[in-house]
Ligand binder design. Structure first.
Ligand SMILES: [Zn+2]
Length: 286
């Protein structure tokens, strides 16, 4: 990230904290007006102001840990470039039914992608993961059983990532470089474990919305093509389901993929491997 953007975000953070403190003071004054001016009343005012401020600061900090304000250099959502390069990523697979169809479309157009796989699915369908690898696609870790990271105990969190890496290495002989927490929900512990495992946390900048029941293949493609920007990391799904880890139809994603690839090419975009996009020097193209 550029220095200007970083200073702006630190400035926003300071403003937010100041707003929280100010809100605490205002609420204390307001409570002071409606409560009797006794010792009990004054104590209630002080306690309420402290609790209110603490809750707001906790809320802001939780938001920062889970979503960041762009200050977390170890979390990648997109790449700052003016060149029309994008990466396609597929989450929640491999699926016995849909992943092979997606691989067929990618092969037909000769397009690379990154698959963020679920460990237990890799264990079930190692052959599909080997095919991804042989056809030049990259494979990332999406936890062993599609957990909710912030509510998972630390020991389980580490084993979810390690056991998925083991399954990926067993299937392909290659150690994965990337991890994407389910639903993009990460915390400081996940970042530390990822660092220990020499993995980069990769989220996305453009969700196709293909997991939503209301989306048709045409709408999925339109959403991607309307919102695409240089350096985008595009999120699609080749497996999974909304609540369970498997079972939803990804046929609409399969059917949308050709139009997405053709549309991106028509607009001058080049679909590159995720690793190529991530190595791309920021801002280059002038
Ligand atoms: Zn997922």
């Amino acid at each position: 990230m550029q220095l200007g953007g970083r200073i702006l975000r630190i400035f926003i953070l300071i403003i937010l904290v100041a707003a929280v403190v100010y809100a605490g003071v205002i609420s204390a004054r307001w409570l002071g007006q409606i409560l009797p001016p006794t010792d009990v009343g004054r104590f209630a005012v002080s306690a309420a102001a402290v609790l209110f401020s603490a809750a707001l600061i906790f809320g802001v900090m939780t938001f920062y840990v889970n979503h960041g304000f762009g200050l977390q250099a170890d979390i990648v959502r997109s790449v700052a470039t003016r060149e029309k390069l994008v990466a396609l990523t597929f989450d929640d697979g491999p699926s016995k039914k849909y992943t092979p169809q997606i691989l067929d479309v990618l092969a037909e157009y000769n397009v690379p992608a990154a698959f963020f796989v679920v460990g237990e699915h890799v264990e079930r369908y190692p052959g599909i993961v080997l095919r991804m690898h042989r056809e030049g696609h990259e494979i990332g870790n999406h936890t062993y059983s599609h957990i909710n990271v912030p509510t998972t105990p630390a020991g389980q969190l580490a084993s979810q990532l390690v056991s998925t890496n083991v399954e990926i290495v067993k299937a392909t002989g290659t150690y994965p470089l990337y991890v994407r927490p389910p639903r993009g929900m990460y915390d400081a512990r996940l970042r530390r474990v990822a660092e220990l495992l020499s993995m980069q946390v990769v989220l996305w900048s453009l969700s196709s919305g293909d997991w939503r029941g209301s989306m048709t293949p045409a709408r999925i493609a339109r959403k991607v093509l309307e919102r695409v920007r240089p350096g985008a990391i595009i999120l699609l799904h080749d497996g999974g389901a909304l609540i369970r880890s498997e079972g939803a139809s990804r046929q609409r994603t399969v059917d949308a993929l050709g139009s997405i690839i053709e549309g991106l090419r028509d607009r001058g975009y080049r679909i590159v491997p995720l690793s190529t996009l991530l190595e791309y020097p920021a801002g280059e193209s002038d």
